[in-house]
Design a protein around this ligand. Structure first.
Ligand SMILES: NC(=O)c1ccc[n+]([C@@H]2O[C@H](COP(=O)([O-])OP(=O)(O)OC[C@H]3O[C@@H](n4cnc5c(N)ncnc54)[C@H](O)[C@@H]3O)[C@@H](O)[C@H]2O)c1
Length: 336
C-alpha cells in the first residue's frame, strides 16, 4: 500500500479549511453589531432583534414548524445568519468578526409534546449545542443570557413558582433539557467564571408567534370552524406572557452585570385554558368547537410565576393583560 506523504495531507487539510472559511464568510452579514441572538429567526429571537438594532442573529431554520414563517421573520429583521450553534468554527468567526460582547441564546428545540416524539432533537439542540456554545464562550468574558423555561418547575404544586423552589420533578424531556442548561451554566461558572443568566419564560405568545402553540392553533381552528382539542377538560392554567414584556425582560438583562443567575419571566397572573379560549372567541367573534380531552402526557396543571426577582434585578413589570395580548395576536393573525 502506497502511503500519502504528510505534506500532501496538510495541504488538503488547509485547502478544505480555507474553502470552509470562504463559505462561512459568504453567509455573514455586513454591519456593526455587539450582541449575538441565537434562534434569531424564531419567535422570541425575532422580536428581540427588532428591538435591538445592535444585535445580529443566527438560526438553523429547522423545520419543526413552517419554515416560511422563519424566513419571513428573517427578511423583516434582515439580520439573521443561516447556521447552527453547534458549528464551533462559524460561532467563533461570528464572535470575532463583530467583536461580540453579549450572547442571547434562544435557539433550541422548543415544545413539550414534540419531545415525546423526537427526544433526540432536544438532546442535540438543547444539550449538545449548549455545551458547544459554552465551550466557545469560556474564557472570552462574554456574558450569556439564555432561555430556560417555566417547565423546569414540572410537577411542583407550590405556587407561585419561585427561583428558590426545588426543581427536581420535570414532567417532560423538554423540561429536563432546560434544567440541564441551568446546571451546565453553573458548571461553566464554577470552572471558568462564565457569567450567565437563565430566563425561565412562561408561555410566551404574540404576533408572528409559533404555530405549534395553543393560542395560534386555537385561533386558526376557531377562525376556520374546526374543532380544538382542550386537554384536561380545560382545567389547566397557564401564566401567559405577552412577547413585548418578555423582550423588555431580556433587554433588561443586557444592561446589568451578573455572575450566575436564574430568573422567572412571566406575567404573574395565570388564566385557565377555558378563560383563554373565551378571549379568543371574543377577539375572533366566533364560537369554538371544543373537543374535551384528558390530560396530555408531559403536561402540567399550572404555571404561575413569582416575578419579584426580575422586578428587583431589571425593573421588570409586565404590562399586557391576556385579553389585550390575545386581541393583538388575533389582529395580526387576521391580517396575515
Ligand atoms: N415561546 C415560549 O412560550 C417559550 C417558553 C419557555 C421557553 N422558551 C424558550 O425560548 C426560546 C425561544 O423560543 P421560541 O418560542 O422563539 O421558539 P422558536 O422555535 O420559534 O425559536 C427557536 C429557533 O431556534 C432555531 N434553532 C434550533 N436549534 C438551533 C441550532 N442548533 N442552531 C441554530 N438555530 C437553532 C430554530 O430554527 C428556531 O427558529 C427557546 O429556547 C425556547 O425553548 C419559549
Amino acid at each position: 500500500m502506497k502511503l500519502i506523504p504528510l505534506r500532501n495531507l496538510v495541504l488538503v487539510g488547509t485547502l478544505l479549511l480555507l474553502s470552509y472559511m470562504i463559505l462561512v464568510s459568504e453567509v455573514l452579514i455586513e454591519g456593526t453589531f455587539d450582541t449575538l441572538v441565537t434562534g434569531g429567526a424564531g419567535f422570541v429571537g425575532h422580536h428581540v432583534l427588532m428591538k435591538m438594532p445592535n444585535a445580529v442573529g443566527i438560526d438553523s431554520f429547522n423545520n419543526y414548524y413552517d419554515v416560511s414563517l422563519k424566513y419571513k421573520r428573517a427578511k423583516i429583521s434582515g439580520r439573521v445568519i443561516e447556521g447552527n450553534v453547534c458549528d464551533i468554527v462559524l460561532m467563533r468567526r461570528i464572535i470575532h468578526k463583530y467583536n461580540i460582547k453579549k450572547v442571547i441564546h434562544l435557539a433550541a428545540q422548543a415544545g413539550v409534546r414534540y419531545s415525546l416524539k423526537n427526544p433526540q432533537a432536544y438532546v442535540k439542540s438543547n444539550v449538545e449545542c449548549f455545551v458547544q456554545l459554552l465551550e466557545v464562550l469560556k474564557n472570552l468574558n462574554i456574558p450569556l443570557i439564555y432561555a430556560s423555561s417555566s417547565s423546569v418547575y414540572g410537577k411542583n404544586t407550590k405556587v407561585p413558582f419561585s427561583e428558590t423552589d426545588p426543581v427536581i420533578q420535570p414532567a417532560s424531556l423538554y423540561a429536563a433539557t432546560k434544567r440541564e442548561n441551568e446546571l451546565l451554566a453553573h458548571v461553566y461558572y464554577n470552572l471558568y467564571k462564565q457569567q450567565s443568566i437563565g430566563l425561565r419564560f412562561f408561555t410566551v405568545y404574540g404576533p408572528m408567534g409559533r404555530p405549534d402553540m395553543a393560542y395560534f392553533s386555537f385561533t386558526k381552528n376557531i377562525m376556520e370552524g374546526k374543532p380544538i382539542n382542550v386537554f384536561n377538560y380545560g382545567e389547566v392554567s397557564r401564566d401567559f406572557t405577552y412577547i413585548d414584556d418578555i423582550v423588555n425582560g431580556i433587554i433588561g438583562c443586557t444592561k446589568i452585570d451578573f455572575t450566575y443567575e436564574i430568573m422567572n419571566l412571566g406575567r404573574g397572573q395565570p388564566h385557565t385554558v377555558g378563560e383563554f379560549i373565551r378571549f379568543i372567541e371574543k377577539a375572533t367573534g366566533k364560537k369554538a368547537i371544543k373537543k374535551m380531552m384528558p390530560m396530555a402526557k408531559g403536561d402540567v396543571l399550572i404555571t404561575y410565576a413569582n416575578v419579584s426577582k426580575a422586578t428587583t434585578l431589571v425593573g421588570y413589570r409586565p404590562q399586557v393583560t391576556l385579553e389585550d395580548g390575545i386581541n393583538k395576536f388575533v389582529k395580526w393573525y387576521k391580517n396575515n
